[in-house]
Design a protein around this ligand. Structure first.
Ligand code: NAP
Length: 458
């Protein structure tokens, strides 16, 4: 894939970039290693002051940054600005909490281990390669970078090929904030250049957010080199609605959960599983809400969601819809590619879905909702879990017993009751099954790229 900024709202190629050659990659890895040696000798207080400065710069530059994000991948300006501000919040969170999260732990009675002192110290691993996707081009990178830098690691960012300006901006932001050159560097390369970087001795570990295919390739290479990986992969999150729920509110939130970021979110609700006693009422509200959404110019405040990020992304989505239609699904609304420039796609609701349709099992990365009717809570949970993914699940009910059933039996990295899945710096984020492994955010996230070193003193 060419490394280029192409406006998804118009299809216009705005700027292209030469991929880095081996010499530039080598230089970047050297600088990252030198920066790590420097950074691990700095105090939490120093790093916190630079991270806070990065947050301040990002907040001050949020309007320009938002315009850049919207131009590169098509989300609305409102969503782009909210993403920039969320990144600043996460930076402040780790500036404030990193020291406490990584404080030495001395929970063991030294006498029990024949020592005068025994503790666990959390120390940085070194240079971490971060392979990141375009859908939240700031947030995905920052939720890795903020804890990693605060721990004293450095990062090499291989961002998606369609968001090179976002990549270069983040590199520059952390350097300007005080972390200095090399602490978090973008390398403009394609996916084919990733393997040789993973195996390079200067790289200590790898994190990837992206598709199952990319995760699996990266994990294979990292596994052979015995390097730690964190993988945040796809999702096909269920959104279960039970009769006791406030169905109108559930339908409103369901719509937001499906169409935010034009549906291109790993944690977007994708499969709407509704109890038969609530199905007609919920479907009526859900359809009305989905039909109310406005697709169009992402810079217009009246727009609910902008274009998909690429022509290929739209084709993949339409292929899933056509496959379902051909196999007997009912398209309740949407489902047609609009005329005109840009990679727009309307809010779509599909029902009468069966397991032989691709949409039943594959991740649907766009504003297309699959709607299912079930008779019991057991059927709802079985259907919700009948997926190779396990990122998050949503359930709507006011019955305490049902809440317990959902929280204990839904097979996912997170369960959100009476709300949509959202990531917070304060809460761990990650999946099970093919949604990946490891956790980002919270205390768990910052410890992923640390050596939990046992210290025993006789
Ligand atoms: P993708 O194709 O896997 O791309 C993600 C990143 O991996 C890009 O930087 C890409 O580079 C690189 N890449 C692709 N194939 C590679 C390979 N074989 N070896 C090494 N690197 C490779 O994913 P996408 O389609 O752009 O993004 C959407 C996917 O990401 C969805 O599945 C979504 O659910 C998932 N996602 C997961 C999370 C989460 O937290 N769990 C968050 C956001 C997105 P190029 O751009 O150069 O190809």
């Amino acid at each position: 894939m060419a490394i280029a900024t192409t406006n998804p709202a118009t299809g216009e190629v705005i700027k292209t970039f030469e991929p880095y050659g081996q010499g530039e990659i080598d230089q970047a890895l050297d600088k990252a290693q030198q920066a790590h040696v420097r950074l691990r000798g700095t105090s939490f207080a120093d790093r916190a002051s630079w991270m806070t400065r990065a947050a301040e710069l990002l907040e001050a530059e949020a309007d320009d940054v938002a315009a850049m994000v919207t131009t590169e991948m098509g989300k609305t300006l409102t969503e782009s600005k909210a993403e920039a501000l969320k990144c600043a919040k996460a930076m402040r969170f780790y500036a404030d909490h990193a020291e406490e999260f990584l404080a030495p732990e001395a929970d063991v009675d030294p006498a029990d281990v024949n020592a005068s002192a025994a503790r666990v110290e959390y120390q940085p691993l070194g240079v971490v390669l971060a392979v990141m996707p375009w859908n939240f081009p700031l947030w995905q990178a920052v939720r890795f970078a903020a804890p990693a830098l605060m721990a004293g690691n450095t990062g090499v960012l291989k961002h998606a090929s369609n968001v090179p300006q976002c990549a270069l901006y983040l590199s520059d932001l952390f350097a300007r904030a005080g972390f200095g050159e090399g602490a978090f560097q973008a390398v403009l390369i394609g996916g084919d250049a990733v393997a040789s970087i993973i195996t390079d001795d200067r790289i200590a570990a790898v994190t990837l957010t992206g598709s199952v295919g990319a995760g699996s390739s990266v994990a294979e290479v990292a596994g052979k080199s015995l390097k730690k990986t964190v993988l945040e992969l796809g999702g096909s999150d269920a959104f279960v609605v039970m009769p006791s729920a406030d169905l109108e509110t559930a339908a409103e939130v369901a719509t937001k959960a499906r169409v935010q970021n034009a549906g291109q979110s790993c944690i977007a609700a994708k499969r709407f599983i509704v109890h038969a006693d609530a199905f007609d009422e919920f479907s009526k509200h859900f359809l009305a809400q989905m039909e109310k959404t406005v697709t169009g110019d992402p810079t217009d405040e009246a727009t609910t969601f902008g274009p998909l990020s690429s022509e290929q992304g739209r084709k993949d989505l339409q292929d899933l819809v056509e496959d379902a239609r051909a196999k007997g699904a009912t398209i309740l609304t949407g489902g047609e590619v609009p005329e005109g420039p840009g990679w727009f796609y309307p809010a779509t609701v599909i029902t009468d879905i069966s397991p032989e349709m691709r949409i039943y099992g594959e991740e649907c990365f766009g504003p297309v909702a699959s709607l299912f009717k079930v008779d019991t809570i057991d059927d709802a949970i079985a259907l919700a879990n009948d997926t190779e993914f396990g990122l998050s699940s949503n359930a709507w009910t006011t019955e305490e017993q049902e809440i317990d059933q959902f929280t204990s039996r839904l097979a996912a990295g997170a369960v959100f009751i009476n709300g949509m899945t959202v990531s917070f710096p304060e809460l761990p984020f990650g999946g099970v099954k093919k949604s990946g492994y490891g956790r980002e955010l919270s205390q768990l996230g910052i410890r992923e790229f640390c050596n939990a070193k046992t210290v025993w003193i006789g």
